[in-house]
Design a protein around this ligand. Structure first.
Ligand SMILES: Nc1ncnc2c1ncn2[C@@H]1O[C@H](COP(=O)(O)OP(=O)(O)OP(=O)(O)O)[C@@H](O)[C@H]1O
Ligand SMILES: [Mg+2]
Length: 382
């Protein structure tokens, strides 16, 4: 009967609605829905227990007025890089990582968020949904791990210096003549102590960058000169593998940067290109790209698998292809390079093709542009 059928459908829909409401309410993750004006339309129980705000507090309110999402540096992201805004602007799901949200109590809580756009029956954008979880414990574990590692690294530095000092004396004959075997063994010890020192220094360097405790010495730099200097160091290593090093310098403007830090970036990129290439060449070029200067290091090496590319530059990450080259490394070089480039307001792009080679491009603002845009390390000046 038509009447019965319509009634049946109606109750089915209501049941479905109630079911969805129950699922929504009992989800372990915080979840809320906003409309196009960023007014909160739905707010589940987990959101309330993580942030303290009740449905009554938030429904019908603009999320910017009380959630106040911030990034790790405490900068408000509501009008700029807010993941909800980005998900609506780009009509795509975004896994945004960690942001900080205001609790009702006034504290800030780190939350891991992912957002997706919502569409109405006609396919028009109607708002967005954010799912989030409290990552206070994970953040704390990260902090403790970091502190522990820096304390250990600091404590290693002094004994390492003394070990290397005494090794140098013994190898120099200050403690008597050494036979060939003794000298060989001690040279292995010296090499290991050197590697350990480099690792400790790299680690401490990275820690200082991440906590903003690195002072930069700004000056106008010619990339060409710095590249030439770096190449000189690597000629023996390249010759040993019969690799050609080719440079293609376009006449480019100077960049404003910290000499030793930019040198560190170039050195690591060239060292990687040589380490992870068995045959072929390493090509380094500079050119202008809009308001930036581009430095590109390209090789014909082992490459990086596509699914690992996103992790390159994470501390201690080494791609699975690295082991096939037998090249040593600790996986800190690119993490440090990334921090240095960030401090220069630059950009690092990586393109790689497995078994064919990789291209690392660094984009740095031209010196004139940079002085005009901001005073480095001290934020924008207008
Ligand atoms: N040109 C390249 N070709 C292929 N893989 C590369 C290249 N450059 C970097 N990689 C991959 O990225 C990883 C991270 O590089 P990174 O320079 O940070 O560390 P590393 O070279 O292993 O050690 P180090 O801290 O001594 O630099 C490397 O271990 C390697 O797997
Ligand atoms: Mg390296």
């Amino acid at each position: 009967m038509p009447g019965k059928e319509a009634g049946g459908k109606g109750s089915g829909l209501e049941r479905l609605e109630r079911e969805l409401e129950r699922i929504f309410a009992s989800l372990g993750h915080g979840m809320y829905v906003i409309d196009n004006e960023r007014t909160i339309r739905l707010w589940n129980r987990a959101a309330e227990s993580i942030l303290g705000w009740t449905e009554e507090d938030v429904l019908g309110k603009d999320c910017r007025d009380f959630l106040g999402h911030q990034d790790d540096d405490g900068v408000q992201i509501c009008d700029d890089t807010c993941p909800l805004k980005a998900t609506m602007d780009g009509s795509q799901t975004i896994f945004a990582g960690t942001v900080w949200a205001n609790k009702k109590s006034g504290e800030l809580v780190p939350v891991n968020v992912s957002c997706a756009p919502l569409f109405d029956d006609d396919g028009n954008l109607a708002g967005a949904v954010e799912i989030f979880s409290d990552v206070t414990v994970e953040k704390e574990i990260d902090r403790v791990k970091s502190t522990l590692c820096s304390v250990v690294a600091h404590e290693l530095r002094t004994p390492l210096t003394s070990m290397r000092g005494y090794l140098e004396l013994v190898l120099g004959g200050d403690a008597g003549e050494l036979n060939e075997e003794q000298r060989g063994f001690l040279q292995v010890v010296e090499e290991s102590a050197k590697r350990l020192t480099e690792l400790v220094n790299d680690f401490l360097d990275l820690e200082r960058f991440e906590s903003g405790r690195i002072e930069m010495h700004w000056e106008n730099l010619d990339l060409e000169v710095l590249v030439d200097g770096a190449i000189r160091i690597f000629i023996p290593a390249a010759e040993k593998k019969s690799l050609k090093i080719i440079t293609e310098f376009e006449s480019v403007p100077q960049v404003l940067g910290d000499r030793s830090r930019i040198q560190q970036v170039i050195t690591n990129l060239v060292s990687n290109a040589i380490k992870y290439t068995k045959i072929g060449e390493v090509r380094i070029r500079t050119r202008s790209e809009n308001d930036k200067v581009l430095l590109e290091v390209r090789d014909t090496g082992v490459g990086i698998p596509e699914d690992e590319l996103g992790r390159v530059g994470e501390r201690f990450f080494r791609a699975s292809t690295a082991s096939s080259t037998g090249a040593r490394g600790s996986g800190l070089g690119l993490a440090i390079a990334g921090e240095i480039i960030k401090r220069h307001e630059g950009e690092l792009r990586i393109v790689s093709s497995l078994g064919k080679g990789s291209r690392f491009s660094v984009l740095l603002p031209k010196a004139i542009e940079r002085t005009r845009i901001s005073s480095p390390g001290e934020g924008k000046d207008g």
